[in-house]
Design a binder for this molecule. Structure first.
Ligand SMILES: NC(=O)C1=CN([C@@H]2O[C@H](COP(=O)(O)OP(=O)(O)OC[C@H]3O[C@@H](n4cnc5c(N)ncnc54)[C@H](O)[C@@H]3O)[C@@H](O)[C@H]2O)C=CC1
Ligand SMILES: O=C([O-])C1=[NH+]CCC1
Length: 369
């Protein structure tokens, strides 16, 4: 028996403290922590600046709740040991806290929830947080928003290092980009808002199979931008366009975010601009993770993943070799060439959920909630 009952953190409580600096720091930390520490053969050899954290993140289990595999329950356990988070997500050493987190996310993906009246989110998650010393269950945290935020954050981090950093060390603050969002569900909506909140976006193209959903998102974003304008804290003037095809959305853009349940390819190589220099965040996961982007794009792309060992379990038949892990690019500072097409094949990692849940817990504790 537990010595005390686990705390429950509601979705409202989690939502109150989520912010981009905090989530981006936690996700970047998780991405670096999963990069395997190379074995040092020679004592005298200088150890590379790999993360000192330790991650145990077995492949997630997938339980199908119907024959078509469109209703699934995933269990995603992770231990992340000896990592650092700051209280404000700004990475300043003075407020850094050393953490170790043992967690397990339990998440369902039921795509037919969208057809219910009223619709329910397709993804629904809770995160169990254990005492890393005793193994007791300390807390249960609503994890649906964390899943959306950490997934979007992984795309932001990928865009920063795989796209912007080709052009210089501060390019993410200096360069303006054109962005396409393909799929305007929960993921697409937050990808759109987050791209505008974290980068200078000139043009934002939105495509959704049901056009009214893309139009609704455009209206919401226009409203947010107008509000920010009135408060004199508008990040940048963004031109938003609702497109009638994925091809139209992606034709002239720098960054593409694809997040649907489509089994068929939605974008082809001939849809991309001739000069290339494009980055794609491939987020969606139908039965096949990589179905949304055509094989001919993969064939000319440099493909990066969040976690290589998970990729070995989940990305069978990927039409291109995997260049490496995003965390290794962050640590090693070796960026793609300017003209490259890069794909961040996002599977989602339990260690991201663990680190973000820890940051949320710290933020809630610091504001006494
Ligand atoms: N990589 C990761 O870490 C994560 C990935 N996901 C994946 O992201 C995808 C989107 O998730 P949500 O936004 O939560 O779902 P959602 O149900 O809110 O939105 C899905 C969107 O995809 C569109 N769509 C569905 N089937 C389509 C098709 N055949 N062709 C064109 N468009 C289609 C729908 O119109 C809808 O707007 C899913 O595949 C989900 O599994 C979700 C969470 C984490
Ligand atoms: O990483 C994650 O939580 C998920 N990936 C696909 C469905 C949920």
């Amino acid at each position: 028996m537990n010595s005390r009952s686990p705390v429950f953190y509601s979705a409202d409580a989690v939502r109150r403290v989520l912010n981009w600096p905090m989530v981006n720091e936690a996700v970047e930390t998780a991405l670096k922590a999963v990069v395997a520490t190379p074995t040092i053969q020679d004592d005298k050899q200088q150890a590379p600046p790999y993360s000192q954290s330790h991650v145990s993140q077995p492949a997630r289990s997938v339980t199908s709740a119907n024959k078509e595999h469109s209703k699934m329950l995933l269990t995603m356990p992770a231990f992340v040991g000896n990592y650092r988070l700051t209280s404000n997500g700004m990475g300043d050493d003075s407020s850094a806290v050393s953490c170790s987190t043992l967690a397990c996310k339990v998440v369902t993906s039921f795509r037919s929830n969208q057809l219910l009246q009223p619709p329910l989110p397709s993804i629904s998650a809770n995160i169990l947080l254990f005492d890393p010393g005793t193994g007791e269950l300390n807390a249960i945290m609503a994890g649906t928003d964390i899943t959306t935020w950490r997934t979007v954050s992984a795309s932001l981090v990928a865009t920063k290092y795989l796209f912007f950093r080709r052009f210089g060390p501060h390019a993410e603050r200096e360069l303006a980009i054109n962005v396409a969002i393909v799929g305007c569900g929960v993921q697409g909506q937050l990808h759109a808002a987050a791209m505008c909140a974290n980068f200078k976006v000139n043009q934002l193209n939105l495509y959704n199979r049901t056009e009214s959903k893309a139009q609704q998102l455009a209206n919401q974003l226009e409203e947010q931008i107008l509000k920010a304008d009135n408060n004199c804290n508008a990040p940048n003037k963004v031109n938003i366009k609702v497109c009638s095809s994925a091809r139209e959305a992606v034709q002239q853009v720098d960054v593409i975010c694809v997040a649907t349940y489509s089994k068929e390819a939605l974008i082809q190589a001939s849809d991309l601009r001739d000069k290339r220099s494009v980055h794609i965040n491939a987020v969606g996961a139908g039965e096949v993770h990589f179905g949304e982007v055509a094989a001919d794009i993969y064939e000319e792309s440099l493909v990066y993943v969040d976690c290589m060992s998970n990729a070995e379990h989940e990305l069978h038949g990927l039409p291109a070799p995997i260049v490496g892990e995003l965390g290794a690019v962050i640590i090693g500072g070796s960026y793609p060439t300017e003209q490259a097409v890069t794909i961040f094949q996002s599977m989602g990692m339990a260690s991201e959920d663990a680190c973000v849940a820890e940051a949320v817990q710290m933020a809630l504790a610091s504001c006494g909630k």
